[in-house]
Ligand binder design. Structure first.
Ligand code: HEC
Length: 154
């Protein structure tokens, strides 16, 4: 086997180091805007840094949804474009509403990591029975559990 010059090995070592740095950079992504919004909500409205502690639908709404969807669910279609939760045919489906709360929706952060099945059910039922909404079918915590993304199931 012919001897390879030393610089070949140096180049290979350099390449390996670059690949390692690239891999590390991928493992630690920059926090997203949504994550920041969630951290701010938790810091302001929860007694716990990792999850919300409120249990009633109303308290959860005030702590989490109100910042964007406003006090009476009327939304705010200004610069932020937060849709209303009232007079909105999409509220018809409890699975849609709970799914949006769990996984988020475009500019809205998901709450799967910071709310239990009971909490997601409570706030889903709250928004579907207030602000002029009067949907009779409530969602159960078991149904919420089934809507969780696979990597988020408890
Ligand atoms: C940080 C802001 C923010 C928070 C907090 C937030 N939302 Fe949203 N929400 C949005 C935005 C923005 C959209 C619209 C996403 C899109 O369509 O681009 C949205 C969409 C929705 C929709 C779908 C409505 C539609 O017409 O498409 C529902 C339902 C909803 N949010 C419920 C909630 C509930 C319930 C909470 C509290 C658990 C909540 N949101 C918290 C910003 C927020």
């Amino acid at each position: 086997m012919p001897r390879r010059p030393l610089y070949t090995y140096l180049m290979l070592a350099l390449l390996a180091a670059l690949l390692a740095v690239a891999a590390l950079a991928q493992e630690a992504p920059e926090p997203t805007v949504e994550d920041d919004a969630m951290q701010r909500l938790l810091a302001r409205f929860s007694d716990h840094p990792d999850h919300f502690t409120q249990t009633s639908g109303e308290a959860l709404y005030r702590a989490t949804c109100q910042a964007c969807h406003m006090e009476d669910g009327q939304g705010d279609m200004g610069a932020g474009a937060h849709p209303p939760l009232t007079d909105n045919p999409k509220m018809n489906s409890r699975h849609f509403v709970a799914g949006v709360i769990l996984t988020g929706y475009h500019g809205m952060p998901g709450f799967a990591d910071v709310m239990s099945d009971e909490q997601v059910a409570a706030v889903t039922d709250y928004v579907r029975s207030h602000f002029g909404n009067d949907y009779p079918d409530m969602i159960t915590p078991d149904e919420v559990a089934n809507l969780r993304p696979p990597d988020n199931a408890d």
